[in-house]
Design a binder for this molecule. Structure first.
Ligand code: 6PG
Ligand code: SF4
Length: 605
């Protein structure tokens, strides 16, 4: 079924805009792919180093050019609950490769930051840049040029985007993404947030808060809210980098291991040595990217992808814009209610029908391109399935249900939760910004209140603790952009803003920083571009200025005389405190070259 004419029109616009860079990119990919088995171009000395530790059998295989070699890029560490399961994956993948007549080697590791550990801490100022550092680190592993295909072990916020940038940079190689799956459900997200708000009001102590947090985050796997990490899983599946049904199967289960082994074998099947060659740079095209944005809107995905997806697409020569994302939001309905867009978590989403049901509904509505290439073959219809385990331990795939197993979590295309998607672009005299509306009650989609200006999260939290914020106001938290301090997430503001909103005050946030994909119920115009440190209008706002955030009209305005506003001096502040400590001194060069948020805030291009 072809896509809706409006989807086709936006796709066509994207293809036209991208033509120069896309054609140049594809030319590079095809030239690299034409070189055949890449390790064959290495000198004997290079090759000997490359397989020095391999078994005699693997050495013999790699000395030739008929046995495929699979490069593993792993983001394993014990800091991220979502990545800890990867510790055992290389051994599993090596065995599966051997069963398939191939070889597998860990090409290299990449760093992985847990935004939950660093939330509200100095380390968060490295987080956004870690995406591009991950892409570079993966490039270091793959630059050994020993490989015919790749598997990427990564799940969380900046890691999948960084790995996808690497996969498209090495677009002459096939790439299969291998997830570890979600943590089993613990304390519900809304109960966790309730205890946080009680703590913010001083009504419970640290012991109660730590108990609630520990019941919520309690074991291996991805945190169960629908933040950036789980938005990543949805994207990898709907764009065809995952095998069908791989995204939301819990770690440490036989089905999870079966999916990992199958991914390794599939990655070895789609090399240039076989007859289904599927280089990542040709597999992913403008239609895949549009499918990703459609999936984001339909599920209320993370605002971070208004930057990451733009950076990921650019790695493949595709020029996605905020306008594309915003226009698609007007077309794509919200079909999933997963925290913060509802009370369910990703395990409930998966049990209700998961990705297979979601893709089936979106295809039925003509909102996805079906005629796309994936690691599994041709066509997205192959992903309208539910994964099960065969008696022999291999993966079975059954048709996704015709009806949602929980209509409160997954809706039919005919009766969506909201007529439009979760992410909107705002324009006006402050610049451009984005807002996630899928988690904000409709009565809060328009907020008009006096500005209160802060130059850090701490400043606002201190004002809250002094009882100065029991009023209607728009918090303007500025100098939080990429060049100022690495564009941290300001998610620690959520509990106090949530308390004030629950007390009945009209509150909103405007910032050149970011929010977490797990942020939600408070209206927030984020990623304001140009940022304050570049002299953007956000640096001209004063306490008391009336600010109007209108997510329906798509505007963010300071309601003062425009001429007077423009004539104001942009405020500057001393940022030296952000230049040292917790590794920030190592990232000074990246702050200097960081691009604007609406271009992905990248240091790479
Ligand atoms: O974009 C995201 O999804 C967030 O960065 C998420 O990965 C982060 O860890 C949150 O901070 C977790 O939520 P809490 O901080 O509420 O635990
Ligand atoms: S989802 Fe966020 S908090 Fe959870 S492991 Fe990943 S980065 Fe850390």
């Amino acid at each position: 079924m072809s896509a809706d004419h409006r989807i086709e029109a936006i796709t066509k616009r994207l293809v036209e805009r991208s033509k120069p860079t896309r054609e140049a990119y594809l030319d590079r990919v095809r030239r690299a792919a034409s070189k055949g088995v890449h390790r064959a171009s290495l000198a004997c000395g290079n090759l000997a180093h490359g397989f020095a530790v391999c078994s005699p059998g693997d050495k013999a295989a790699l000395a030739g050019d008929t046995v495929p070699n699979l490069g593993i890029i792993t983001a394993y560490n014990d800091m991220l609950s979502a990545h800890q399961p990867f510790e055992t994956y290389p051994a599993l993948i090596r065995d599966a490769a051997r069963e398939a007549g191939g070889v597998a080697q860990v090409a290299g590791g990449v760093p992985a930051m847990c935004d939950g550990v660093t939330q509200g801490q100095p380390g968060m100022e490295l987080s956004l840049f870690s995406r591009d550092v991950i892409a570079m680190a993966a490039g270091i592993g793959l630059s050994h040029n020993m490989f015919d295909s790749t598997v990427y072990l990564g799940v969380c916020d900046k890691i999948v985007p960084g790995l996808m940038i690497a996969a498209l940079t090495f677009g002459h190689l096939p790439a299969v993404f291998v997830p570890a799956g979600p943590m089993t459900s613990g304390l519900s997200n809304d109960e966790k947030v309730r205890v946080r708000q009680l703590y913010a009001e001083g009504k419970v102590g640290r012991a109660e808060l730590l108990e609630a947090e520990s019941k919520s985050y309690h074991g291996p796997g991805t945190c169960t809210f629908y933040g950036t990490a789980n938005s990543n899983q949805m994207l990898m599946e709907i764009m065809g980098f995952h095998l069908p049904g791989a995204s939301f199967v819990n770690p440490g289960t036989p089905l999870r291991d079966a999916l990992t082994k199958e991914a390794a074998k599939r990655a070895l099947q789609i090399t240039a040595l076989g007859n289904e060659f599927t280089p990542a740079g040709e597999m992913i095209d403008e239609r895949s990217i549009i499918n990703g944005v459609v999936g984001l809107h339909a599920t209320g995905g993370s605002t971070n992808h208004t930057m990451h997806l733009i950076a990921m697409a650019r790695a493949g020569g595709i020029q996605l814009t905020w306008q594309d994302i915003s226009d698609l939001s007007d077309i794509v309905p919200l079909l999933a209610r997963v925290y913060p867009n509802g009370l369910a978590d990703v395990n409930h989403f998966h049990a209700a029908g998961g990705m297979g049901y979601l893709i089936k509904q979106l295809l039925k509505g003509g909102l996805l391109h079906d005629d796309v290439r994936t690691v599994y073959g041709q066509g997205l219809a192959a992903y309208t399935i539910e994964p099960k385990l065969n008696a022999d331990g291999t993966v079975a795939r059954q048709p996704a249900p015709e009806e949602s197993h929980d209509p409160k979590v997954l809706a039919r295309i005919e009766t969506p939760f909201q007529a439009n998607g979760g992410l909107k672009m705002l324009t006006g005299n402050v610049g451009k910004s984005v807002i996630k509306i899928s988690a904000v009650k409709p009565e809060r989609h328009v907020i008009e209140a006096p500005a209160l200006v802060f130059h850090s999260q701490q400043e606002m939290q201190d004002a809250f603790k002094r009882g100065e914020l029991n009023r209607d106001f728009v918090a303007v938290v500025r100098f939080q952009g990429p060049k100022a301090c690495g564009m941290p997430e300001l998610h620690k503001l959520t509990p106090s803003l949530g308390v004030l909103q629950d007390r009945g005050h009209k509150v909103a946030l405007v910032t050149d920083g970011r929010m977490s994909g797990a942020s939600g119920k408070v209206p927030a115009a984020i990623h304001v571009t140009p940022e304050a440190v570049d002299g953007g209008p956000i640096a001209k706002i004063k306490d008391g200025d009336m600010v109007r955030l209108d997510a329906i009209a798509g505007t963010l305005e300071v309601l003062v005389d425009q001429q007077e506003f423009e004539s104001r001096e942009a405020v500057t502040i001393d940022l030296s405190d952000n230049e040292f400590g917790m590794g920030r001194e190592l990232f000074a060069p990246l702050r200097r070259v960081a691009g604007p948020a609406d271009m992905g805030a990248s240091v790479l291009y």
